[in-house]
Design a binder for this molecule. Structure first.
Ligand SMILES: NC(=O)c1ccc[n+]([C@@H]2O[C@H](COP(=O)([O-])OP(=O)(O)OC[C@H]3O[C@@H](n4cnc5c(N)ncnc54)[C@H](O)[C@@H]3O)[C@@H](O)[C@H]2O)c1
Length: 240
């Protein structure tokens, strides 16, 4: 690998949330440089986002398959790809890049089904590649401090952990107003999976609990009641 790693990004087009955060974070130590992208399913968005970021138009792609194919076929292929698309698309995108010999950094949740995550893990192992998931909160100093305190045994043996991740931005049915695309796909099980918020936000809780405590969840008691009627609550009630 070169001293400065090169990476591509799928998702993170203009109007999206987390792609820009990844771009900023990856540039902090100047050891990784964004060189390629398919920032949106809308090619015009990819072109304008790429232009704003000063990228070579030859490395802006119409879809992720074309990007994986072309970048993966180069001798100086990108070192890794960052995937920041809605949750239901992670599996196919990660698989396409791993199959072309490119390391993957995917935002949480890695996939919507355990079997899909296992397939990616096996593929990455077989090809000697990295398939990483980015869980924002383990990078916070306060979280690292909590982990240290617990590892020193300062609070004694842990018998139970209670976790909650309040989503006050979804306290009203903003997805029904059609103005918030992050809300729209997060409350629709077709994009966020049958478990809905458990995959999207529960994955953060699982990660932070195991990171801070050094323990793995053995049994889980979760309250899945809904305050609002939304696509997901309709879905849950249809499923009984
Ligand atoms: N770690 C965190 O704290 C954190 C926070 C927010 C989001 N996320 C995760 O990041 C991912 C993206 O979330 P977001 O809120 O930025 O979503 P978003 O809806 O704001 O942005 C998604 C982007 O992906 C693009 N896109 C969708 N399908 C695509 C495809 N097939 N090819 C190329 N581009 C495609 C969209 O055009 C958009 O630019 C999700 O997996 C989410 O769970 C993580």
């Amino acid at each position: 690998m070169n001293e400065v790693l090169s990476f591509g990004m799928v998702g993170g087009g203009s109007g999206s949330l987390i792609g820009e955060v990844h771009r900023k974070a990856a540039s902090f130590d100047r050891k990784a440089k964004l060189v390629a992208g398919c920032f949106s399913r809308n090619y015009d968005n990819t072109l304008s986002t790429g232009k704003k970021l000063g990228l070579n138009p030859g490395q802006l792609y119409k879809n992720f398959r074309e990007m994986a194919e072309k970048e993966g076929g180069k001798e100086d292929k990108i070192d890794f790809v960052i995937i920041v698309t809605p949750n239901n698309s992670h599996f196919e995108i990660a698989r396409a890049f791993l199959e072309k010999g490119i390391n993957v950094v995917c935002d949480k949740p890695l996939t919507l089904k355990v079997e899909e995550a296992e397939k990616l893990t096996n593929l990455a192992r077989k090809r000697d590649l990295l398939c990483c998931v980015t869980y924002t909160y383990s990078g916070y100093p306060m979280v690292k401090h909590a982990r240290e305190i617990i590892s020193r045994g300062e609070i004694g043996k842990i018998r139970m952990v209670m976790g909650e991740y309040l989503q006050e931005w979804l306290a009203m049915s903003v997805e029904k107003e059609g103005r918030n695309k992050q809300a729209s796909w997060r409350t629709d099980p077709r994009y966020s999976g049958n478990s809905n918020c458990v995959a999207d936000i529960g994955s953060h809780i699982e990660n932070i609990i195991s990171y801070i405590s050094g323990l793995e969840i053995e049994t889980l008691c979760a309250n899945l009641s809904c305050f609002l009627r939304s696509a997901s609550s309709d879905f849950i009630s249809r499923k009984g």
